[in-house]
Design a protein around this ligand. Structure first.
Ligand code: DAH
Length: 330
């Protein structure tokens, strides 16, 4: 049966628990325990039925008093706890901040920019070319006739309508010469495509930079000067290079340029890094430029190879796999 002592003990229990509550979450537990639908204080009212008639009203008054009082105490406590919590900092402000991850240029783009920059300092202008080309620009105009065996070296992908993906940036030479009157000097970066099986040194898509200078008197020794300066700027003043006779259909004479390279194990070797030569008269003529009046030189280099040598990268596939652990190093 409901007794005054029982009411009193619940009142005390409520006060002491309220005192101890130190956050809003535990306060909510106390509200449910005492003032909720099945709370201890709420249930006291239901016990009134068992109290003898003559005492019922004074019991009722007492319980209602306790209920009102408890509700007020609860509200005060809730207000003070929530203002305390709002004053607390949301975290430990003395901790070091989170470093935002900042984007950067792909290592190949960095190399292209660096190379273009060196040539711009020598007065070359950077231009764009097309990736989808015709046989004329990729082969015929570059002095590679249909039956010439060197077509194999520049084999490529064809579209169903007879166009192709260029297999060398040399195509840009023809487009430039067709539309501009010499003198001019340009560099043209871009993608090229070859049906190569992908391995550590081959990719079906890679990047080249083409260079072309046409005027009335530029010779092979100018070519040597320009390329020597370029390679020393890119790889350092002590870089050793050599010009080795070679064949390209679009230049005569033609050379391959090698650079002395020492591997991580300290072994030294020459490694081929670009092709170059004096523009073949047939190439000038097929682009509508008089080979009697004009001459010049051209060169082509592979951006992946240049980048691999610069940083000691041993697998071309790293460039195309988008592995953040690789890319973050540049
Ligand atoms: N197009 C050649 C290649 O893809 C590179 C090249 C060689 C470009 C000699 C030139 C050049 O302009 O003169 O292998």
């Amino acid at each position: 049966m409901l007794t005054l002592e029982h009411i009193d003990s619940i009142s005390k229990e409520f006060s002491s628990k309220l005192d101890q509550a130190n956050d809003l979450k535990s306060l909510e537990q106390i509200r449910i325990e005492f003032l909720g639908k099945k709370g201890k204080i709420t249930l006291l009212l239901r016990g009134l039925g068992d109290v003898p008639q003559e005492e019922r009203s004074s019991f009722g008054q007492k319980i209602n008093q306790l209920k009102n009082q408890s509700e007020n105490l609860f509200k005060d406590k809730a207000a003070s706890l929530s203002s305390e919590e709002s004053k607390k900092p949301a975290g430990d402000w003395s901790l070091p901040g989170l470093r935002p991850s900042v984007g950067r240029l792909h290592p190949l783009t960095q190399t292209v920019n660096e190379i273009l920059d060196i040539f711009k300092r020598m007065g070359f202008e950077a231009i764009d070319g097309r990736e989808v080309e015709t046989e004329f620009y990729n082969f015929t105009a570059l002095n590679i006739p249909l039956d010439h065996p060197s077509r194999d070296a520049f084999d490529t992908f064809y579209t169903p309508h007879g166009n192709l993906l260029r297999s060398q940036t040399s195509t840009v030479q023809i487009r430039m010469m067709e539309n501009h009157k010499p003198p001019f000097k340009i560099v043209a970066p871009g993608r090229v495509y070859r049906p190569d099986t992908v391995d550590a040194t081959h990719s079906f898509m890679f990047h080249q930079i083409e260079g072309l200078l046409i005027d009335e008197k530029t010779t092979f020794s100018d070519l040597k000067g320009v390329l020597s300066f370029f390679l020393k700027e890119l790889y350092g003043a002590n870089t050793e290079i050599r010009f080795r006779p070679h064949f390209f259909p679009f230049t005569e004479p033609s050379v391959e340029v090698d650079m002395k390279f020492s591997s991580k194990k300290g072994k030294e070797d020459w490694i081929e890094i670009l092709g170059a030569g004096c523009v073949h008269p047939n190439v000038l003529e097929s682009a509508g430029i008089s080979s009697k009046k004009y001459q010049g030189f051209a060169f082509g280099l592979g951006v992946e190879r240049m980048t691999m040598l610069k940083y000691g990268i041993n697998d071309i596939r790293h460039f195309f796999e988008n592995d953040i652990r690789f890319l973050n190093q540049f």
